[in-house]
Ligand binder design. Structure first.
Ligand code: NDP
Length: 794
């Protein structure tokens, strides 16, 4: 065919990228790979391998090692041995390594891009222009954090050995998102790539060693789900960072519960793409293309739910369909295609079956009449209109090039529909009225919101989900903290067991007794009798009864959670207002300082002086959080584009708090105040052993203008109440301090709605030490960061 023919027809001709280098690399390894452990390729312990295929042709591409527990163990040993020296190397030296890795990615950019396109099936245009440059950017950005670590994270230390498990949709980019921050901050890594797409990770590890990365710092163990599972369960791993399905994320949460491993989960999504009737329609149509047909829709934050304002829906659908007809699906190495292949037959079948369900449930299906290559895993761009918000295709993550559309009438309805999902990863808002877009963005339950844009990413801007899209952030300063732990918590020791003395009943004398003060529960701003109408004794240090408190049960927790949910206005109150109330709490506690000191001394047996010091420290802590309330703010990021990304600190919602027995007032205040300061509403279970300081606190709350439902207190048996809080689907976060068992329970049972948990694993915090118990160390856990991207200009 001559060039002139193309001038006549204006059709695209084939524009294939050469794959010689990538195939030569495979050939050098005889298309058979071991794991990459301790700086070299090693054969799998059991000698087992798996085939990895080329999605565009279905042909076998290579054989990769199938890792088992022995392989994981060898990799963890190598990572452990390397971790100390790697951390000791210091930030500036590690920065040089990361810088070298960034340069290495750029030097081998085309090889990585081609290999990725072959292995994953995604278009070379995307691997070349997005995956590879962004991967390099991650190493550059994090080289910077390594350089600055000693100053910017002076109070933190590396977590240690990190197990990282990544999916197949962005194999190299996900590696970079995970490996760059981990290594920069002094951790070492065992990485488990996805079974379908392990090749770029192996190439990366090989090149990294050539670039001078010390042995053992980055280890790659390939295999399937069981390999990942072995990594999750390895006792010598300090942290798991996972990206993948919500289902596997839940399994990992359960398996790591109580182990002390820290965890970040970047899970699925069903992200809304909201188009208001004043949007730039053509811009928004192009946005949809990038939202759902980029990477064949196999994107966790894909804008897969189109919400269009009713008045423009027909016009919008018509223009969208016209645009869909011009999309080109073809061989990944063709530089002029828009969509490549779906990663594997199993994924293709899943897409087909979900689309069939959508049609059966009443949606109208549109697929343009465009050619698909023969053989291989190809699926056309697909639009489903008239979809009911509760339909399967509107609620399930399809993870394919399938857009479901529905309409709305008012901005409130748009927000309601957008938030009508268990996920909360991303959202896109399209309107030419900036006031409207910026009014909607904070109302969306999502970790990332793009205004008049979609699928923007940068190493300096945190990425991660709300709700069942997981927890933790990747990128930027907030992402760096995921690979660090506070020095002030590193030296915590297991809490000493303390036996409760047997109750000594001393008959009263004939003098006039003090007036009985019955401590009830505190729910919705009122003192409430416990539902079961049982009481539990509070026994003093010598065995004497010092009081009785209500025995809270499931129903009481439910009532308290409902009250906290209802106090939602607190989350919208100004930071100034919250600060005023925290100061007022401090002031009113101060007015009763002597009474509280007497109570603490009577309950715990501490000296009056020590008890008075605890009260003073509690007052100071309330003042500290009054101060922090309007100062623990977000950041304005300046990613490499014309525009900004606003990292906003938002409250998480309703938080459960379970307090330890030591420092019964100070620990209570130290845990409640940061949550309340950041706009959360709390349900608190005070110290089981010494609850009376918290029940006395009701009157401080009542006299300090704390709105009803912001702080709710349920006394009772710690483990049972922890269980109820952990299982409650309307509790968004759970902090458990006080026992190893309760910590494990909280982590294990919180999988239902994937609560953000903060637990002490039975290690005692020094509540008097502000470095360990005050300020950002806890505030960071009291907020979730939403990044609102606002590109500007044309
Ligand atoms: P998975 O969540 O199963 O896979 C993600 C990673 O976890 C892979 O490396 C996988 O290994 C590994 N893995 C699987 N099971 C376990 C386990 N029990 N313990 C530890 N690691 C494990 O996603 P899939 O690849 O199976 O895709 C299924 C669906 O998940 C998709 O259709 C899509 O809806 C969703 N998904 C969402 C992603 C996101 O970013 N939100 C990314 C990928 C998928 P291996 O691949 O070898 O099985």
């Amino acid at each position: 065919m001559s060039v002139a023919t193309f001038f006549d027809s204006m059709d695209y001709g084939p524009a294939p990228e050469a794959d010689g280098e990538a195939r030569a690399w495979l050939a050098r390894h005889e298309a058979r790979f071991g794991h990459f452990i301790d700086g070299r390729f090693v054969a799998p312990a059991a000698g087992a391998h798996l085939d990895t295929a080329e999605p565009a042709t279905g042909k076998t591409l290579a054989r990769i090692a199938k890792g088992d527990t022995a392989d994981i163990d060898a990799a963890v040993k190598a990572a452990r041995a390397a971790q100390g020296p790697w951390a000791k190397l210091g930030g500036p030296a590690r920065a040089r390594h990361l810088y070298a890795l960034a340069r290495m990615i750029q030097r081998h950019g085309r090889l990585l891009a081609v290999l990725e396109a072959i292995d994953n099936g995604k278009p070379i245009r995307e691997t070349r222009d997005l995956d590879v440059p962004l991967a390099a950017r991650h190493f550059y950005h994090h080289a910077g954090w390594a350089q600055l670590q000693e100053r910017e994270f002076a109070d933190q230390q590396p977590v240690g050995v990190v197990g990282q498990i990544i999916p197949w949709n962005f194999p190299l980019l996900m590696l970079a998102w995970k490996v760059a921050p981990a290594l920069a901050l002094g951790n070492t890594v065992v990485l488990k790539p996805a079974e379908f797409t392990s090749l770029t990770a192996l190439l990366f590890a090989e090149l990294a060693t050539q670039a001078g990365l010390p042995a053992g710092v980055l280890n790659v163990v390939t295999g399937a789900g069981e390999t990942g599972s072995a990594l999750v369960e390895h006792p010598n791993v300090d942290k798991i960072a996972f990206t993948g399905s919500t289902e596997v994320g839940r399994l990992i949460r359960e398996k790591t519960a109580g182990s002390g491993k820290s965890l970040t989960l970047e899970l699925g999504g069903k992200s809304p793409f909201i188009v208001f009737d004043d949007a730039d329609i053509d811009g928004a149509v192009e946005g949809v293309v990038d939202a759902i047909w980029f990477n064949q829709g196999q994107v966790c934050c894909a804008g897969s739910r189109l919400l269009v304002q009713e008045g423009i829906a027909e016009t919008f659908y018509a223009r969208l369909k016209r645009r869909m007809a011009s999309l080109r699906v073809g061989a990944p190495l063709d530089k002029a295609i828009d969509m490549g292949a779906i990663v594997a037959p199993v994924q293709l079948e899943r897409i087909k079956s979900l689309v069939a369900t959508g049609v059966a449930e009443g949606a109208a299906l549109y697929q343009p009449q465009i050619g698909l290559p023969e053989g291989g895993c190809f699926y056309p761009p697909t639009l489903m209109t008239g979809v009911h918000p509760a339909a399967t295709v509107a609620t399930e993550e399809i993870f394919g090039p399938v857009l479901v559309a529905m309409t709305f009438r008012t901005p409130d309805e748009a927000v309601m529909l957008a938030n009508n999902t268990r996920y909360g990863l991303a959202a896109s808002v399209w309107s030419e009225t900036i006031g409207l877009a910026l009014d909607i963005a904070p109302k969306l339950q999502a970790g990332v919101v793009w205004v008049n844009a979609t699928n923007l990413f940068d190493a300096g801007v945190g990425f991660g989900g709300y709700r069942e899209s997981g927890f933790g952030r990747e990128g930027g300063r907030e992402g760096a903290y995921e690979y660090l732990k506070p020095k002030a918590w590193a030296a915590r020791l297991p809490r000493a067991a303390s036996d409760v003395p047997a109750l000594q009943v001393v008959p009263g004398g004939m003098e006039t007794p003090a007036i009985d003060r019955t401590a009830k529960l505190f729910v919705g701003g009122k003192q409430a009798r416990p539902d079961g109408n049982y009481s539990r004794p509070v026994i003093g240090p010598t065995g004497r009864l010092v009081g009785e408190v209500g025995e809270g049960n499931r129903k009481d927790i439910r009532n308290a959670v409902a009250a906290a949910r209802g106090a939602e206005a607190w989350s919208r109150a100004t930071a100034h207002n919250r600060a005023q109330i925290l100061y007022y709490l401090g002031e009113n506690l101060s007015a009763r300082a002597a009474e509280f000191a007497g109570r603490i001394a009577g309950m715990t047996g501490q000296s009056k002086g020590k008890a008075a010091a605890e009260v003073e420290a509690s007052i100071a802590r309330l003042f500290a959080y009054g101060a922090w309330a309007d100062k623990f703010e977000g950041t304005v990021h300046t990613p490499p584009l014309r525009g900004l990304a606003l990292a906003v600190h938002e409250p998480i919602g309703v938080a459960g708090v379970v307090c330890p027995d030591e420092a019964p007032l100070l620990a209570f205040v130290s845990l409640v105040a940061p949550l309340v300061a950041m706009g959360n509403r709390v349900v608190v279970v005070p110290s089981e052993r010494h609850p009376l300081a918290a029940t006395d606190f009701y009157q401080v709350l009542e006299t300090s203008d704390v709105p009803a439902g912001v702080v709710n207190i349920v006394t009772g048996a710690r483990d049972g109440l922890t269980r109820t809080l952990a299982e409650h689907e309307d509790v968004d976060a759970l902090w458990v301090f006080g026992s190893r068992e309760a910590s494990a329970l909280a982590e294990r049972l919180s999988v239902g709605n994937l609560k953000r948990t903060l637990v002490d694993h039975g290690l005692a915090t020094d509540w008097r030490n502000p470095a360990a118990a005050e300020g950002p160390i806890l505030l960071r856990h009291a907020v979730q960061v939403k990044n609102i991207w606002i590109p500007y200009g044309e």
